[in-house]
Structures are given as C-alpha cells and as structure tokens.
Ligand binder design. Structure first.
Ligand code: 4AD
Ligand code: MG
Length: 431
C-alpha cells in the first residue's frame, strides 16, 4: 500500500507519508495554507508553506473545494494545536477529483434537506458519530451472545406466515406459491432451532409497514432476537438485563469521543446498572393514570405514555404481564390470570421508551392452536410452528431488541431516522 491511514499517524512521527481522503475544510494565511483532510479513520491538518512545495502545488489551493478528493504527502509532526494532535507538513498534493458545489456546506441545514442528501450527509460529523456507536453496539451484542454460547441462526426474510401482526405486513408475490411476507420477526424460526441448540439468536433486517409518522418507527429496521429453551419470563428478563448492561459498558468504554461529539449526558448511561426495576402492567397503568394519562387497562402504551413512565426511572424498566388483547398470539397465557400473558417490554429511561419486547412462549399445542384460530391466522401456514409443540415441547422464552431504538437512546437522539445509515419510513425510500 502506498499510503497510510490517519488512525496510524501516531506511529509515523517524523516520517514522510501519504494520506488519501477528502477535503473537509481549508484556510489560508497568505504564505501558510491549511487543509483539513478526512480519510474515514480520522482528520488531519495538512500545512502547506510557500517555498516548501512547488509553486504549482501551492497554487492548487484556490481550486480545492469542500469534499474534493486528494492525496497529500508530507512529514508527520506532533502539534498540540492541530486537531488530533498531529499535522502533516506537506511536500506534495495531488487532486483526485474536484468536487463541484457540494450541497452540505458548513452552514446549518434543515433535516429534510439533510435526509434528502443522506448519501452525502453520511460524511458529516454527527452521522459519523451515531453510526460509529451503532457499529460498536452491534459488535457488543454479537460478542455477548458469542461469549454466552448462543448459536447464530439466520432466519428467512421471505416468510409464509405472519410473525407479529397482520396490520403492518409487506406483501409480495412469491412465484407459484402465492403471497410472501417480508419478515416482521425471526422469532418463530428461532423457536424451531432451540431444540437443536438450546440458546440461539438471529440478527437481521425486519420489516413493518408502519403507516403512521412517528419518531420511533421505521419500516425497515434491524432486530436482534434471542430464544432460550427452559427459560421462563423471569429468566428471560435476567438475560436481557445482563445483555443491556454489557453493551452499555462496552459503548462507554469505546465511544467516548462519539458520545462527546453528540453531547450525550454520559452520567445517565453510567446509571445503567443491575438490577433494573420490574413493574407489572397493572402498576404501570396506575402510575400513568396518577400522572394524568387517560390510558385504560387493556390498551397498549402510546409513545407519550412510555415517555411519562420512563422519566420516572433512572434505569431501564421492565413492564411485565400485559393484557392478552394487546399482545401477539404466541405468548403464554398467565397460569393464574385470565386475559393476561407472560411477557415483558424493556423501556429505556429518560423518556426513550421500548427497546425490547419479549415473552414466554405458548408451548401448549391445543391452546396455541386455539389462539391461531381466534386471530384468524391461516392455520396451514403455522403447521410447522404447531409441530414444535408436538415433539418435545418445552417451556421457552425469548426477546427482540430493536437496534435503532437502542441507538436513539444511547446517543440521545430525538428521531429514529438518525440511527440507521439509510432510513426507510412511511414517506422515505430515497436515497
Ligand atoms: O416488540 P416487538 O414487536 O417484538 C417482536 O417482534 C418479537 N417477535 C420479539 C421476540 O420476542 N423475539 O419488536 C421488538 C423490538 C421493539 O422493542 C423495538 O425496539 C423494535 O423491535 N421495533 C421497531 N424499531 C423500529 N421501527 C419499528 N417499526 C419497530 N417495531 C419494533
Ligand atoms: Mg413491542
């Protein structure tokens, strides 16, 4: 390779090297010109002094526009004043391409404009910080499951059965087999894999035709789901708690720079310690009503309810045992309470709300079959799923964590569209 990355610059002090990247900004003080170059691993200040480079190179300065691509060569020097602590004392500059009128100038732009230019906006500081946190979050989650002997099971995206709810399905024609749905969840398939591996997880894109415009919903998002044989709802919550503490620690260790860029209040994240409070749905409704919400027993929490509720806690909070009417068909009925199912949502503090949905699964053949009928789901498509209740059915539980919701919370974002490289929402399929 005939160049180095800025991240390795520390090792190159005093040496001549070439950096290849994009011009983020420039300034001139007559005989000294500064070029700020970004290469994806960092930013470096290039210093061009008249007389130290050829006149032709010195004069290139005027042509260099924001986001032009270039190769610069120079000697690496330590300098306290330079961003990153090092600068390049330039001896040569080669233009790769001159950028014409880059639309995202250093002045401020509205969010619609920025997201219409998401393909370029990705280069800006803020999205770079968020997407770096996202990357680390995903590594942390995978690392957690690997360390705890969960086996990765890749579940299908094209499915024949409804995973969650009929109201948000994306449908597509599937050759000669009728209608296929884009996966809303990988859970049902994970349930098949527990009898093979005990503890499994999947990590993939999921799709929901969310027809309302909110700051919490995407139509395409990434979900990590775990499924564990012989775990009950309590043990399932213990596992989630352990996972969340693990990745928050990981992010706090690895993403200080990014969190600072995002002006995230780190102390709020440092409070994410075990144990997380656990309150029943009934208690949650009571708390909400006292706080002025008009929620009635039997309905799911809206975004506003979650905001009110989670502002009452400094740690993520579990709300368990919801009414059956507002939960999916596969959840296990509460053994003592009619109309209640064994499940839990994990709500992130500071008003952020649901990041995980989980439950103990209905492991009884007859009762599950009845639920599928009650919900008017096509029985035939669930034959294989019901089979799992015939051949060595066991108590089991699992959960799904939305990556974007989690990024929103960790980074302290106000809208989910910032948490994914190319957001898909009710009104956005471009770029
Ligand atoms: O609560 P949900 O719907 O649960 C399931 O899909 C279960 N099958 C999971 C399981 O038990 N294996 O979704 C899980 C999480 C939510 O808590 C939320 O974080 C995220 O997925 N999520 C969304 N994120 C962005 N946009 C949407 N439209 C989302 N819908 C759910
Ligand atoms: Mg949910």
């Amino acid at each position: 390779m005939d160049f180095h990355y800025i991240e390795d610059i520390v090792k190159l002090e005093g040496e001549r090297t070439t950096i290849k990247g994009w011009l983020q900004n420039k300034s001139s003080k007559g005989k000294i010109q500064f070029l700020w170059i970004r290469d994806g691993t960092g930013i470096i200040q290039g210093v061009m002094v008249k007389g130290e480079v050829s006149d032709e190179v010195f004069e290139l300065y005027d042509q260099l526009t924001q986001e032009s691509s270039l190769e610069v060569t120079g000697i690496v020097r330590k300098d306290q004043r330079a961003p990153g602590g090092y600068e390049l004392n330039l001896s040569d500059v080669k233009i790769v391409q001159i950028a014409q009128d880059y639309p995202i100038t250093p002045k401020s732009h509205g969010s619609t404009f920025l997201f219409d230019h998401r393909h370029l906006y990705l280069r800006s500081k803020r999205p770079r910080a968020v997407l770096k946190v996202r990357d680390e979050l995903i590594w942390a989650i995978r690392s957690y499951f690997y360390k705890n002997n969960f086996v990765l099971i890749d579940t299908p995206i094209l499915t024949g059965a409804v995973g969650e709810t009929t109201t948000t399905l994306f449908e597509t024609e599937y050759l000669n087999e009728g209608t296929a749905y884009l996966a809303q969840t990988g859970q049902l398939y994970l349930e098949a894999a527990i009898a093979s591996f005990g503890k499994v997880f999947c990590f993939g894109p999921t799709f929901r035709a969310e027809k309302s415009k909110t700051r919490r919903h995407l139509t395409e998002f990434w979900m990590v789901e775990a499924e564990e044989a012989f775990y009950d709802n309590e043990e399932n919550m213990d596992l989630q708690e352990d996972l969340v503490v693990y990745f928050v620690d990981w992010i706090l260790e690895k993403c200080q720079k990014e969190l600072k860029e995002l002006e995230r209040d780190i102390s709020a994240l440092e409070k994410v310690q075990k144990p997380f409070p656990r309150i029943s749905y009934d208690e949650a409704v009571e708390k909400l009503q006292k706080a002025g919400s008009d929620i009635q027993w039997g309905s799911d929490f809206g975004g506003t309810d979650e905001t009110i509720l989670t502002k009452m806690f400094e740690r993520p909070v579990f709300v368990y045992d919801y009414p059956k009417v507002c939960r999916a068909f596969y959840m296990k009925p509460h053994p003592e309470r009619e109309g209640v199912v064994l499940c839990a949502d994990l709500l992130a503090p500071e008003g952020y709300g649901e990041i995980i949905g989980g439950s103990q699964r209905n492991d009884d053949y007859e009762s599950l079959k009845k639920r599928i009928e009650e919900e008017n789901l096509p029985k035939d498509a669930y034959r294989w799923y019901l089979d799992l209740r015939k051949y060595g059915s066991v108590p089991h539980s699992g959960f799904g964590l939305g990556v974007e919701r989690t990024v929103v919370w960790i980074c302290g974002l106000s809208h989910i569209r910032e948490s994914i490289p190319f957001p898909r929402t009710i009104y956005r399929l471009y770029p």
